[in-house]
Ligand binder design. Structure first.
Ligand code: KG4
Ligand code: ZN
Length: 338
């Protein structure tokens, strides 16, 4: 068994998932526990920050105990480090994880490592694909962010494009809410789309062929207008056509970025990359270009603490521990190469 000194406990509380995980230095996930607050927020149609913070407070300690137990550890003394997400995210939620991580680091006398949530997502694919060759074009699509990044290796990122308005996940959530499909919207749209015709509606592909930035707010408005014009249209057809429009733009821009970079592969990250239609189209397009597609397992796409622990290992090795005076930053950005 891996000695505790090679293990990092990761903690993730940036939004509405409370998560803890124990990961080895070689990326072995010994445990990864995620408690989604989806039910708590569903009746409001979105995340209510005050409720999220309070739920993290209640859930985090037992979830950490569960993650340690599943990894075969009785406690955390002797771990390599405790890593927690310091941003971006909801401040009240971030503070719960950061405070707990610092307290545990003091109690167990092990280093604290503050991890950028976006960087954590970029480490998710590495957990399943340690063989990645650099550089890769990474499409990071979550509820709060849509970024196209050239990743030259861990810690080496160049921004190629980003959304000018809504994030891709946000578009899924808003359209699902409009159609009354529930929260979180991504899985609900995917389920509805499975029974629909993706060509029933021709929704706009914003900024298609125009650089590497994205725009999704017009698409959401187009869906609203289409449904008002054809109130008898099936939700399945609307969902499938909407999903097709999002996926096409995401895939086309990532492949075009990969070609212009001379990338050695393409990689997906973030909650929206759990979407089956996106995964299929991404893999197919990359295959057509002769490029390997690196996809995180579905569980590693949405928020989890294993990706935070993995980023924590790397950071401890290459940057060092984080001071206990460091705070949480709701607007933290991905650190980019100059
Ligand atoms: O990465 P994530 O768990 O949290 C953030 O950092 O935002 O991403 C959550 C987002 C939500 O917008 C959710 O609707 C979307 O990812 N999502 C999906 C799917 N699963 C989650 N979008 C499309 N299809 C899915 N299967
Ligand atoms: Zn996330």
């Amino acid at each position: 068994m891996t000695g505790a000194g090679a293990l990092v406990l990761g903690i993730e509380t940036s939004c509405d998932d409370t998560a803890a995980a124990v990961v080895g230095a070689g990326g072995e996930v010994l445990s990864s526990v995620v408690s989604s607050q989806g039910n708590l927020h569903a009746r409001y149609g979105g995340v209510v920050p005050e409720l999220a913070g309070r739920a993290h407070l209640e859930l985090l300690t037992p979830i950490i105990a569960d993650a340690l137990g599943r990894a075969g550890l009785a406690g955390g003394r002797g771990l390599r480090a405790v890593a927690a997400t310091t941003g971006p995210g909801l401040i009240g939620s971030l503070l719960v994880g950061v405070s707990e991580a610092k307290a545990l680091s003091l109690a167990w006398e092990v280093p604290f490592v503050g991890v950028n949530h976006l960087e954590g997502h970029l480490f998710a694919a590495l957990l399943d694909h340690p063989e990645i060759e650099w550089p890769v074009a990474v499409l990071l699509v979550s509820g709060g962010h849509t970024l196209l990044v050239s990743m030259e290796g861990p810690g080496r990122y160049r921004l190629l494009g980003q959304t000018l308005d809504d994030a891709a996940g946000e578009a899924f959530d808003k359209v699902a809410r409009f159609l009354g499909l529930g929260y979180p919207g991504g899985p609900a749209i995917e389920a509805a789309a499975a029974g629909g015709d993706p060509e029933a509606f021709t929704f706009p592909r914003a900024l298609a062929g125009e650089g590497l930035d994205f725009s999704f707010s017009g698409l959401k408005t187009a869906v609203v207008h289409a449904v008002r014009r054809r109130p008898d249209a099936s939700d399945q057809d609307v969902a499938a056509s909407f999903q097709r429009a999002v996926v096409e733009v995401l895939v086309a821009k990532t492949m075009s970025a990969a070609l212009s970079l001379g990338a050695r592969g393409v990689c997906l990250a973030g909650g929206v990359s759990a979407n089956g239609a996106l995964r299929d189209a991404f893999t197919r397009s990359a295959g057509g270009l002769g490029l390997p597609a690196y996809l995180p397992s579905r569980a590693m796409c949405t928020d989890n603490a294993a990706m935070i622990a993995a980023a924590g290992h790397w950071q401890l090795e290459h940057v060092g521990p984080t001071g206990l005076d460091a705070g949480a930053d709701p607007n933290l950005r991905l650190p980019l190469l100059a």
